[in-house]
Design a protein around this ligand. Structure first.
Ligand code: KG4
Ligand code: ZN
Length: 339
């Protein structure tokens, strides 16, 4: 009999449900929350309310698209953390209700481990190669910027992390300053295509080891705009493409430099990327080019599996199911869950 896992993701501002059957993805439904764009960032209270509205139709659609019946679900996997507590509560409570009603086990998944393991989830008929252990993952999202040493499915070590802002936050905050919408990353990515990345030199951090910092870059970006706007109030509009290209180039360089350092330090040359910023076209292109030059093997997931999705939660849940690792009914979500 096949192992059919329903995955639920609700850690931030995407409500998602997916079905993975024996490790193969059958469906992945995502409802993004447009409500936050007016605020330039995620508003936690609005996020949890939107999750409550979305969760039932999203799960319903995921099950329908999979072609399975509700009674064919073997177990339900859910994101326990890290994330926004109110948002996590919606997914966790739903998972408990679903498990109880169907008399099936629950599986807790760490959101970050889900991102890492998204590399192992594939759609039917797609012949995609998996990395072998050990490998390094550059996890870059709105909340996290980490280099993770992945020794096995659930044996991971964070060997580098941000000491202030996440890379996605740097994109989003700078976009906000320029009056672009939220999330800012994709908008900056678009403008950057038409710009000159050497037009501005923004501050680069000088942090020892494998840790990252983006707050100095953000400040230097802000000061550049503030000074330039004294003479030209429409400066941003006039230079938007060059500003975006230079900012993006700086962020991507910071990420790739640390990754190169991590490869040197660990001797591991297999690299995967994940998290929303992994959708960035310059990061994808630069990583591919650097890998070719330096003899690294890189695994770059399709864009739809880099941002938050339940396919990665169902996939991670499948590997936990095979190990017999189940969650108890009294488990609470944990906004700061570690691994
Ligand atoms: O993984 P994700 O969907 O949610 C979190 O767990 O944070 O990542 C969202 C982040 C946002 O900061 C967004 O601006 C960024 O990913 N992002 C991008 C791109 N697409 C999404 N950043 C740069 N370039 C992109 N194309
Ligand atoms: Zn995420």
């Amino acid at each position: 009999m096949k192992v059919n896992i329903l995955g639920i993701e609700s850690s931030c501002d995407d409500t998602s449900a997916a079905i993975v059957s024996d490790g193969i993805l059958l469906s992945n439904v995502i409802a993004s929350q447009a409500v936050h764009s007016a605020y330039g960032g995620v508003v936690p209270e609005l996020a949890s309310r939107a999750h409550q509205q979305n969760i039932i139709p999203v799960v319903d659609q995921a099950i329908k698209q999979s072609g399975l019946g509700k009674d064919e679900i073997t177990a339900v996997a859910f994101t326990r953390g890290p994330g926004l507590l109110g948002s996590l509560l919606v997914g966790t409570s739903f998972a408990k209700g679903f498990a109880l009603a169907g008399n099936i086990p629950m599986i807790e998944v760490n959101h970050l481990q889900g991102h890492v393991l998204s590399q192992f989830v594939h759609e039917q008929g797609k012949d995609v190669k998996n990395p072998t252990f050990p490998f390094l993952t550059l996890l870059v999202s709105g909340g996290h910027t980490q280099i993770i040493l992945v020794k096995d499915y659930f044996d991971m070590e964070i060997i580098g992390t941000t000491i202030d802002d996440a890379a996605g936050e740097a994109f989003d905050k700078c976009a906000k300053v320029m009056g672009l919408g939220y999330p800012g990353g994709p908008i900056i990515d678009k403008h950057a295509h038409q710009g000159n990345h050497d037009a501005y030199q923004f501050a680069r951090p000088n942090i020892k080891g494998l840790d990252f910092s983006f707050s100095g870059l953000k400040t230097s970006f802000l000061y550049t705009l503030r000074d330039a706007m004294v003479d030209d109030p429409d400066y941003i509009e006039h230079h938007i493409d060059d500003l975006c290209a230079s900012l993006q180039y700086t962020i991507v360089s910071i990420l790739i430099d640390k990754l190169a350092k991590a490869v040197k330090q660990t001797g591991i040359r297999q690299i995967t990327i994940g998290g929303g910023v992994a959708a960035n076209s310059e990061l994808r292109d630069t990583l591919t080019e650097v890998a070719r030059r330096r003899g690294w093997t890189v695994f770059i997931p399709e864009r739809k599996y880099t941002t938050d999705n339940a396919a990665m939660i169902a996939g991670a849940g499948y590997y936990k199911y095979l190990r017999g690792e189940f969650a108890s009914m009294d488990l609470a979500p944990d906004a700061r869950l570690k691994f």
